[in-house]
Design a protein around this ligand. Structure first.
Ligand code: ADP
Ligand code: MG
Length: 322
């Protein structure tokens, strides 16, 4: 049974690359790192009912399992190349594997990412993906380079995925005609877009960068602690989708944008004199980018409300094991 499933995964994710000397089918993959490049690796695990709601479509799980990992490469400024997939399944469900591999492949293909191996075991549904990417030496975007006076920017819009999760749990009444707004938010939850082109364009420009998986406050907080600085954010500047603003009141929309996880946008800092160039570069890529605040002395993230008073924030986002 397992052999046929693996064979199907191999077919659906086929991606010819010269640097894959040996892919799926042997005891290990053999890969050629391009001369003069650094290898960047990351792993993320998705557990059923924890990282995606029970009953999520296999095609969405496949997309997301890869997307969250590619987002980590994007946050480093790296270009993706290869992946490994560890699948733990309750049973040999060919339909699940078919949908999963299709979602995975749909995201992998445009990035020319090759699945080069993995492992398939029986147990409660859980998926680990390892991704490998390349970077010119010394060009990694880390969390540690933010300096006082730098500006804080984010790609895309914030809070959509958290609102999508909320929407999933509170179905609309039958006569409610806002299904397309709701579907937009739910798609943002299930099909995050890793900001790979933006991350690569930020090499040599951003002083620090992180992807927003746990919420803006939590993840910007990681930049601040790694860089030994604080940050001030303006609530009025937070980019929010019209779907979010149409479906939720201001307080909820603000909460989702500040503390909601799963958006997989990039949050990064740039020296003020580079603002115009960075904005132009990302716009040229079709990637929305918004200045939301600045780096200050200190060690915390503060949010200025629309009335100019500092907001008191209870939940700084999703905390693992909290
Ligand atoms: P071994 O027992 O030597 O580890 P496996 O039977 O686990 O071999 O795997 C056989 C081949 O299939 C290997 O090349 C492995 O990388 C690949 N493989 C197994 N499971 C997956 C998976 N879920 N996705 C991609 N490749 C896989
Ligand atoms: Mg094995």
């Amino acid at each position: 049974m397992e052999f046929r499933l693996i064979e199907r995964i191999r077919e659906l994710t086929a991606q010819p690359r010269d640097d894959v000397r040996l892919g799926i089918g042997d005891d290990a993959a053999v890969l050629a790192v391009p001369a003069g490049q650094e290898l960047v690796v990351a792993i993320d695990t998705l557990v059923d009912g924890v990282h995606f709601p029970r009953g999520t479509a296999p095609v969405d799980i496949g997309w997301k399992a890869l997307a969250v990992n590619l987002s980590d490469l994007a946050a480093m400024g790296a270009s993706p190349a290869w992946a490994l997939l560890a699948l733990t399944l309750p049973d040999a469900d060919a339909g699940f594997v078919e949908g999963f591999a299709e979602g995975f492949a749909r995201l992998a293909q445009p990035h020319r990412l090759a699945l080069v191996g993995g492992d398939t075991t029986r147990g409660p549904l859980s998926i680990s993906v390892v991704v490998h990417g390349f970077l010119p030496p010394g060009q990694a975007l880390t969390r540690a380079g933010a300096r006082v006076g730098d500006l804080v920017l984010v790609t895309g819009t914030l809070g959509d995925a958290a609102a999508g999760l909320h929407a999933l749990r509170s179905p609309l009444r039958e006569d409610d005609n806002r299904t397309s707004l709701r579907d937009f938010l739910i798609t943002r939850l299930h099909r995050p877009t890793p900001r790979l082109a933006a991350g690569a364009a930020l090499r040599g420009q951003a002083s620090a960068c992180i992807d927003i998986s746990d919420g803006l406050l939590a993840d910007l907080g990681h930049i601040c602690s790694a860089s030994g600085v604080g940050a001030e954010i303006d609530a009025a500047l937070l980019p929010r989708s019209s779907a979010l603003l149409d479906l939720y009141d201001e307080a909820s929309a603000l909460h989702f944008a500040l503390s909601g996880g799963d958006d997989y946008e990039l949050c990064f800092t740039v020296p003020a004199k580079q603002l115009a160039e960075v904005q132009a570069n990302l716009s040229r890529l079709g990637c929305g980018v918004t200045r939301i605040g600045r780096i200050v002395e200190g060690d915390s993230v503060r949010v200025r409300g629309t009335d100019n008073a500092w907001l008191s924030i209870e939940h700084q986002g999703w905390e693992h094991f909290a």
